[in-house]
Design a protein. Structure first.
Length: 404
């Protein structure tokens, strides 16, 4: 097992035909990170496997945020009007032949939560207008820094092949959306990395519970051998025979509750739960709350006991949308609109439509009522406070239609 771990951490040999890029300070970084306590690996693939695919709490948290964010209605407007139909809206409604808008956005938000990075590829038509949108896997994408430090391109590696996307200030084929990372210039920080220790604790607690169930679902007792001479010593053959007998006839869920027949000289001493065993479930619940905290999901929405932060479920759901879902959607849609503007030249605002969210219905109703009753505000100021575009000017009448 130890040698397997050593072989697993050994760097893979470079593949022939692939261009290898390395920083001049890579050896310094590697030396600085050596000699530390080893937890589970923190790379995107390992975190996705242990956190999203191997932990029910993190899986539910990421699915909850991604699905809720993908279902948020979007509105497209400029300083004059809101658009009911527009090429941008048509592109988002059917981004590619294999995905709908909800599927594309769910994949976008999912990668942003898993790795802190999300990449969208633009497929242009013959007239250089956006035709398709595709979300690329973040674990396959590498940022290629240029001489000035800004990204000069993106390498997408899959199946031993590498494709280079050249980055451009205008009409870039890839839109990179990333979370804030204070120590990285090119990649974002995933909430999954912050919750990695809590995920390790939660997974270890689940493995401990599984081992306990395999061992008759209770702590094992002790078989005390006194022997005929009272010395309490067993021979190697007697010990091996007794161990095989217990393993084959008394361990496992199928043998739970089966009475044990003891031979002369053996006495069974049952053991109860220790105080550490009794506190183990609390440790697991604490780890689950820390996972939910890292992603910004109220534990009440996940059914985790012991959380009394919010008075009721409705209040927790409203806080979830206000503090987690809407900031994520606003950030992604703003980056998406800025990227599309480079292709079409239109300065438009793509943002969530707060008036169509059931979770914020009572809050928006109170805001509309409060602003509408403010007599000191002009109609234009009221529309601006409500997030509406300026009212379109009235159609001018025909010349000579009115007398002086």
């Amino acid at each position: 097992m130890v040698f397997d771990l050593l072989r697993r951490n050994k760097p893979e040999p470079p593949q022939p035909g692939l261009e290898q890029k390395a920083s001049q300070t890579a050896r310094v970084v590697s030396w600085h990170g050596s000699g530390r306590i080893a937890w589970s690996p923190r790379d995107t693939v390992s975190l996705t496997r242990s956190g999203f695919a191997g932990n029910p709490v993190a899986h539910r948290v990421i699915r909850l945020i991604a699905e809720a964010a993908a279902a948020v209605p979007l509105v497209l407007q400029d300083s004059r009007q809101r658009y009911e139909t527009h090429p941008w809206l048509a592109l988002l409604a059917r981004p590619n032949p294999a995905q709908t808008q909800a599927e594309l956005l769910e994949a976008l938000y999912g990668h942003l939560l898993l790795s802190g990075n999300a990449y969208i590829e633009m497929v242009a038509a013959e007239d250089a207008t956006p035709a398709e949108l595709h979300v690329l896997r973040s674990d396959r994408m590498n940022v290629v820094p240029g001489p000035d430090g800004w990204p000069a391109g993106f390498d997408y590696v899959a199946g031993g092949r590498k494709h280079r996307f050249a980055n451009a200030p205008v009409k870039s084929p890839v839109c990179h959306i990333k979370s804030f990372h204070p120590q990285d210039d090119h990649y974002g920080l995933s909430p999954l990395q912050s919750a990695a220790m809590a995920i390790d604790v939660h997974n270890a607690a689940s493995r401990w519970s599984k081992a306990l169930l395999d061992n008759a679902a209770r702590p094992s007792g002790a078989l005390v051998w006194t022997g005929s001479d009272g010395q309490g010593q067993m021979s190697d053959d007697q010990f091996r025979h007794l161990s095989e007998e217990i393993q084959s006839n008394f361990q496992g869920a199928q043998n739970a509750g089966r009475p044990m027949v003891l031979e002369g000289g053996l006495d069974w001493k049952p053991m109860g739960f220790s105080p550490s065993d009794m506190e183990f479930q609390k440790t697991k619940d604490t780890a689950a709350r820390e996972i939910a905290l890292a992603f910004g999901v109220p534990p009440m929405l996940l059914g985790i006991p012991g959380d009394a932060t919010y008075a009721n479920y409705q209040e927790a759901n409203r806080a979830f949308y206000r503090l987690t879902v809407l900031p994520l959607v606003a950030k992604a849609t703003a980056a998406l609109a800025d990227w599309l503007a480079g292709w079409t030249g239109e300065e438009l605002c793509l943002k969530p439509d707060l008036d169509q969210l059931p979770a914020l219905a009572a809050e928006r109703e109170a805001q509309w009522r409060r602003i509408s009753s403010a007599d000191f505000l002009t109609p234009a100021e009221k529309r601006q406070l409500l997030g509406l575009p300026a009212q379109a000017p009235a159609t001018p009448q025909m010349e000579g239609g009115q007398d002086d």
